[in-house]
Design a protein. Structure first.
Length: 225
């Protein structure tokens, strides 16, 4: 772990890879953040200062306690910090689960510098504007009004963490058609990346797997349309 003087705020970097911790430490300090580095989730949960305003960059896959378990335990440990999940290639389903559990965003390695800094900045804006979150559900539901019923269904499936093939089968359409609907959703919701679309979906109440299973029972005799 390394300490630093609090400027814009403190960012906890929780990742078992030393090279990632050092790289993020350098980047974040260069723009005025203090950084606390943690090589495992257990130590972070035990020793992080709960009284200091902070955001967390949290790796999904770590030995011992993985990122999802850390995220789940944070509230009970008194760590009420916005969390950005760090994922490797192929961890999208895990990242979706993390966002359903309350993570603010997810970033795939290798990171885009500007995207990472914007995610951290977003986290601190959330800390400063808790009341605005109470209005977000109503706003998000209004955004979904821009979508067709099928586009909304595809977004719901994506928010459940399902791959395109699963959504296509359950809706009786082709995976390619799912991709088209997903692209339409991004345009209509005016978002530049998939996590932003997921945030709107979750705020509006989408992403319930039991509801999906209840509402989508494909006819096994029918193929994709």
């Amino acid at each position: 772990m390394s300490d630093g003087t609090i400027g814009k705020g403190t960012v906890h970097v929780v990742d078992d890879e030393d090279a990632i911790r050092r790289s993020l430490d350098f980047l974040l300090r260069s723009v005025g953040y203090a950084v606390q580095r943690w090589s495992d989730g257990h130590t972070f949960l035990k020793d992080a200062d709960r009284s200091v305003r902070a955001c967390v960059l949290l790796d999904v896959r770590m030995p011992g306690i993985d990122g999802l378990e850390v995220l789940e335990r944070m509230t009970g440990e008194g760590l009420d910090f916005p969390v950005v999940m760090l994922t490797g290639h192929g961890d999208i389903a895990l990242a979706v689960r993390a966002m359903k559990m309350g993570a603010l965003d997810f970033l795939e390695k290798p990171f885009d510098r500007e995207r990472l800094l914007e995610s951290v900045s977003h986290g601190f804006r959330r800390l400063s504007d808790r009341e605005a979150q109470l209005e977000r559900a109503e706003w998000a539901r209004a955004q979904l009004g821009k979508l067709t019923e099928r586009e909304r269904e595809v977004l719901d499936g994506l928010a459940c963490g399902y791959p395109n093939k699963t959504i296509a089968y359950d809706l009786g359409i082709s995976p390619r058609t799912v991709e088209v609907y997903r692209a339409n959703v991004m345009v209509k919701l005016e978002v530049g990346n998939f996590p932003d679309a997921l945030r709107i979906a979750f705020a509006a109440g989408l992403g319930s797997e039991p509801d999906w299973r209840t509402n989508h029972q494909p006819d096994p005799k029918s193929g994709p349309r």
